[in-house]
Design a protein around this ligand. Structure first.
Ligand code: CA
Length: 233
C-alpha cells in the first residue's frame, strides 16, 4: 500500500470517479470532496499529502480554497481545471498551487504529476538529514554558503543574476514558478520588460546548465506560464 494520501476535490462525478479509480489501481490512499467547504474540512482534519483541486466548484472558487489552505499549510496542491486559459493557471500558481493539469487529461498525465509531487515531498522530507547549505539534484550541486554551483566536478561560471535564478528554482524544485513570481523575487517587481529580461537570463542559464539543450534535464519551460526545476533521476 502506498503511504501517500490524496484529497480529490471535484464536483463532476465522472471525473472524480476516474481519478479515484486511477488512485485505487495504483494503491494510493484517497479522500474525496465535492465542494470547497468539504475540501477545507477534510484538508484540516486529515492533513493529506497531496490535493487534486478542481477550480470550478459549486460553492467557492478553487482559488479561494488554495488561499485558505495556504494560510496554515504547505501541502502540495495540483490544480485540475477545465479552463484551458493560462490566466487561471497563473492565478492558481500565484495563490500557492504547485502544479496544474488541464482537462481533459490522461490517466498517465495524472500519475506523472503525482509522481513529481511525491518526489518533491520526499526531497523535503530528506532535508533534515542533509546539510541544507548544499543542494544536490543529479549532477547539479549548489553550495549556498560558498555561493557557487557545480555540474559534476566542474564549477558553473554564472553571473550573479543567473545564480540567483538558479537558487530560486532549486529552492522550489518540483514546483512551477510563474514569471510574475520569479521576477518579483529577483527584481522585487514584475513589469513586462522584467519578464522579457527573465527570458534572456533563462536562455543563458540553461546554456550553461543543460548539456542537451533540446532535452533539458533540469529546467522545464511552461510556455506562457513560467519555469520549473525538475528532480533529476
Ligand atoms: Ca467543476
Amino acid at each position: 500500500m502506498n503511504k501517500v494520501t490524496v484529497l480529490v476535490v471535484e464536483d463532476d462525478a465522472p471525473v472524480r470517479n476516474l481519478i479515484v479509480t486511477t488512485l485505487k489501481t495504483h494503491e494510493y490512499k484517497y479522500l474525496t470532496a465535492a465542494n470547497g467547504a468539504e475540501a477545507l474540512m477534510l484538508a484540516a482534519s486529515h492533513n493529506p499529502d497531496v490535493v487534486f483541486l478542481d477550480l470550478g466548484l459549486p460553492d467557492t472558487d478553487g482559488i479561494d480554497v488554495i488561499k485558505q489552505i495556504r494560510n496554515w499549510s504547505n501541502m502540495p496542491i495540483i490544480v485540475i481545471s477545465a479552463r484551458s486559459e493560462d490566466e487561471d493557471k497563473i492565478e492558481a500558481l500565484d495563490a500557492g498551487a504547485d502544479d496544474y493539469l488541464t482537462k481533459p487529461f490522461s490517466v498517465e498525465e495524472l500519475l506523472a504529476r503525482l509522481r513529481v509531487t511525491v518526489r518533491r515531498l520526499s526531497l523535503i522530507g530528506n532535508e533534515g538529514n542533509k546539510d541544507s547549505s548544499v543542494y544536490t539534484n543529479g549532477d547539479l550541486k549548489i553550495d549556498y554558503m560558498a555561493g557557487c554551483a557545480f555540474l559534476g566536478e566542474e564549477e558553473l561560471k554564472l553571473t550573479p543574476m543567473e545564480y540567483k535564478l538558479l537558487c530560486l528554482l532549486a529552492k522550489n524544485t518540483g514546483k512551477v514558478l510563474t514569471h510574475t513570481y520569479i521576477t518579483q523575487n529577483i527584481w522585487g517587481r514584475s513589469w513586462d520588460n522584467d519578464i522579457a529580461s527573465l527570458r534572456v537570463f533563462m536562455v543563458s542559464l540553461r546554456k550553461k546548465l543543460e548539456t542537451g539543450p533540446d532535452s533539458p534535464q533540469y529546467i522545464q519551460t511552461h510556455i506562457g506560464i513560467g519555469y520549473r526545476m525538475m528532480k533529476a533521476d
